[in-house]
Design a protein around this ligand. Structure first.
Ligand code: AMP
Length: 219
């Protein structure tokens, strides 16, 4: 299957994408993770992406599309993909459609996770990420056992530059506009499925799985 997880920052896309990809045997591709990884390795792609990321802005389409198309052409992506954070613009969606059409495996479903924005603000500013393994914690809902250390690998937890309060409102504003455009785009192709993103993480996973099973049965 070729699936897209869509939603504003903080709706839980990253967490759900990891769980679902492993449950369904799909390759999880997060363009945000790819950019952060490149920035950490100080590649030229990473350094230029970093400039946009630290301001809460989108990395230009050309760079993002090339990076994503290259990734989905690799062998491990042929088993099916779970996209997280891509597409974010209509040109990205169109480039993806075209590439998947060429390999005869179109998008099966776009899972649109929805959470009220007041809750998103609280969620985003409390999010901490392990600098070693990428595990995500939250000061209110999922605190680490030891302060500022990862439960899994003892790595130091840090707050992503784009989760800091000043940047969060900018990110939400920018993201709201393009998310609505993508919702309309995929609605027109009858690919869009809205999922309530409030409640326990496991409940949301179950809601997503039941939609995916329904889509799979209709294929
Ligand atoms: P995320 O982890 O998905 O919230 O992404 C973090 C940052 O990476 C975003 O705020 C953008 O600056 C950049 N980014 C990730 N995915 C994309 C994309 N599809 N298009 C443009 N920029 C992106």
């Amino acid at each position: 299957m070729q699936l897209i997880l869509l939603g504003l920052p903080g709706v839980g896309k990253g967490t759900q994408a990891k769980v679902l990809a492993s449950h369904l045997g799909l390759l999880h591709i997060s363009t945000g993770d790819m950019f952060r990884d490149a920035a950490e390795k100080k590649t030229s792609l990473g350094l230029s992406a970093q400039e946009f990321m630290s301001k809460g802005q989108l990395v230009p389409d050309e760079v993002t599309i090339n990076m994503l198309l290259e990734r989905i052409s690799e062998n491990d992506a042929q088993k099916g993909i779970m996209l997280d954070g891509f597409p974010r613009t209509i040109p990205q969606a169109k480039a993806l459609d075209e590439a998947l059409k060429n390999r005869n495996s179109p998008i099966d479903a776009v899972l649109y996770i929805k959470v009220p924005e007041v809750e998103l603000l609280a969620r985003l500013t409390g999010r901490w990420t392990c600098s070693e393994c990428g595990e995500i914690y939250h000061t209110q809902t999922n605190p680490p056992k030891k302060e500022e250390l990862c439960d899994l690998c003892d790595g130091v937890l840090s707050q992503r530059a784009d989760d800091q309060p000043d940047t969060v409102s900018d990110r939400l504003n920018a993201n709201r506009e393009w998310t609505e455009q993508l919702v309309t785009y995929y609605e027109d192709f009858s690919k869009l499925h809205s999922i309530d993103g409030t409640g326990e993480m496991e409940e949301i996973t179950e809601r997503l799985i039941s939609v995916i099973e329904m889509v799979s049965a209709e294929r």
